[in-house]
Design a protein around this ligand. Sequence first.
Ligand code: NAD
Length: 274
Amino acid sequence: MDSFSLKSKTAVLTGAARGLGLAFAQVLAEAGANIAVLDVIQPDAALQQLEEKHHVRVRYHKTDVTSRDEVMDAIAKIEEELGEIHINVNAAGVVTDEPFLTTSDRNLERTFAVNFTGSFLVAQACANSMVRRWERNGKRSQPDEGTSNGCIVFITSIATHIASCAQQISCYTASKAAVRGLVKPLAMELSKYGIRVNSLSPGYMMTDMMRGLQTQQPQLVAQFEKETLFGRIGFPHELQGALLFLCSQASGWYTGQDLLVDGGASLWKHPAPL
Ligand SMILES: NC(=O)c1ccc[n+]([C@@H]2O[C@H](COP(=O)([O-])OP(=O)(O)OC[C@H]3O[C@@H](n4cnc5c(N)ncnc54)[C@H](O)[C@@H]3O)[C@@H](O)[C@H]2O)c1
């Protein structure tokens, strides 16, 4: 058995129109999964190209993950188009650099709405789809020996492990910590349906989100480069192996955990800025 194969599985990814989410869609498609993307922006052309490249089906649904109605509607359409959902990766996220003392209500509300509530709503809808399959399959938690019925991955952040002196992102960090707070109780509640739940915490990665931050704070990337052990920021493809591990049977005995992939940035005591 190829424990990394996702042939004929259906994966729902949020925030995969670009950035890390797109890199995740690419590796899941390469492993054979059909891909459904929920995002608010038009996807990069590379998303649709996955169909031809890997002989899988790819669907995009313009969906604001903060809206329960939009999420429910999209998941119902995905089930019609691609069948039962096996994998859910929650990568949609926003970040705003704002000092805690003057954080706006808008930042507080939007950051929690997208990062926490959005992840919650999509994971809930996908988990219900997985449970429906479990019921149809005679309520066996492991339909094939050694195979999970489904898996959910939340994308959190290195920020929930260490604070960087280069950013003022208390809202973002708290919202991601709240997402990590879902992992253990969901792993517990959903285990009886054969569903595994984990999170992936990326370190500093070069994406549009990072480029946006770089424009606001030119010194940011230089600081992050100093903090990793390799003197550079990570590339999205450097998370693909970890994500595939979490979504495949290779991690069949792994649930309720956070996997931190950060180029060593969190393992040492950074020199204090002068
Ligand atoms: N880039 C990094 O260094 C880094 C580090 C740690 C964690 N992360 C996390 O990884 C995830 C992806 O980050 P990225 O760097 O690729 O960011 P990005 O900004 O490039 O991509 C985020 C995606 O989320 C989508 N999105 C935003 N609001 C949405 C909404 N309401 N509904 C649906 N989709 C929405 C955006 O349109 C975009 O496509 C985020 O959750 C981010 O917090 C990123």
